[in-house]
Design a protein around this ligand. Sequence first.
Ligand code: ARG
Length: 458
Amino acid sequence: MALWAGRFTKEINENVNAFNSSLSFDARMYKHDIMGSKAHAKMLAQQHIIDEESLNEILTGLNEILHEIETGELLFDPTAEDIHMFIESELTKKYPVSGKKLHTARSRNDQVALDLRLYTRDEMKEIKDMLINLINVIIEQASQHLETIMCGYTHLQRAQPITFAHHLMAYAEMFYRDITRIEDCYERMNVSPLGSGALATTTYPIDRMYVATLLDMDGITDNSLDGVSDRDYAIEFASALATIMMHLSRFSEEMILWCSWEFKYVELDDAYATGSSIMPQKKNPDIAELVRGKSARVIGDVSTLLTMMKGLPLAYNKDMQEDKEALFDAIDTVKLCLPVFTDMLKTMKVNKDKMREFAAKGFINATDCADYLVKHGKAFRDAYKTTGQLVAYCIEHDFVLETLPLDVYQQFDTTFEESIYDAISLDTCVMNRKVDGGPSPVAVQKSIEKMQKKVKTL
Ligand code: ARG
């Protein structure tokens, strides 16, 4: 019989029980459920709502259950309604008198709201650490490629010269923002809803703040209806996770391009690539493709959560049980992707020559050619036009700006001198972009150091 069976005359239908049960997916919150129950019991005893002896039995029982679950001695009962009911009934089996007192002044509605916050809090820490690792690997790679010239793109068209370090560090910035997004969400989430009861608190003289302190939470929720029915933190965290996946997916897309024969900018370590079952020559970037593919499900998870919540009246509704699978899937997916992507990045080989070769084509120094004229007194729009004509001439006569003879330059504008060749050399183009945030080795080094400092204070 279910713990709530008092007003019922029949056993629940087997299919309904299975349909109703969340144990198969909420069992993973067992540790947090026990942690929350211990704090609740301590508070009940402190407030003289239960006696010390009951408290001791409850704590002993919960510790035993935790141990037994972890050693595999106690298996989850698939017919239990959820993890909260399972643990309470196991406790009651062990200590029938005290176990029945645990749920005093509490509802599963505030219990599950608390458990999910505690669970999410731990996952946030783990994901944050994974992001820090990824940033460190990006920094490691970037530091080796401060002077590796590469073509920068807009519209996937060759645009201006940058360095590989500069390109990589753009991703470090994204992943750093992802960390701050998680921290931001953590701050709003780390308050205790326990004491909200089913919806309207309780008449017992409970001490909500004491429970929060025991659980290392920064405060309590200030409205009991909101306390039991708020899932904003799940939505915010899932959105942060979707943003991480979006970043990883963009990075993956570039890795896939870079691994192609057309680019060959990078070569993946054999341990981080796969072959084809039919084409012997293939080395496929499956990790990057899967990460790109998996971003879809995390984006879907955010949508699931928002859609599940949007029509719910206050306060708790059973629909909200659906929050877990979506949130857990988003968490699991990110935790699956981050380490493997990080290792793939760490072990890849970079083909500097190929990057340089591509950078030398496509007139990516045309802006610098125009800037040369501006620095010699021309208006930018005139300089822009002249350079456009030069580029057209080069395309027609099979030159690049570096190989175009000076007398041809001078036919277009007499301002051009021998110094044009130095001004448009790719090295000069990159070295001179020393502006903060720019591609020059000095500027990138500066942003690496800034990032290292920020990461250290996390
Ligand atoms: N398993 C439930 C959930 O995840 C716990 C809360 C159940 N509350 C209730 N009133 N039936 O939402």
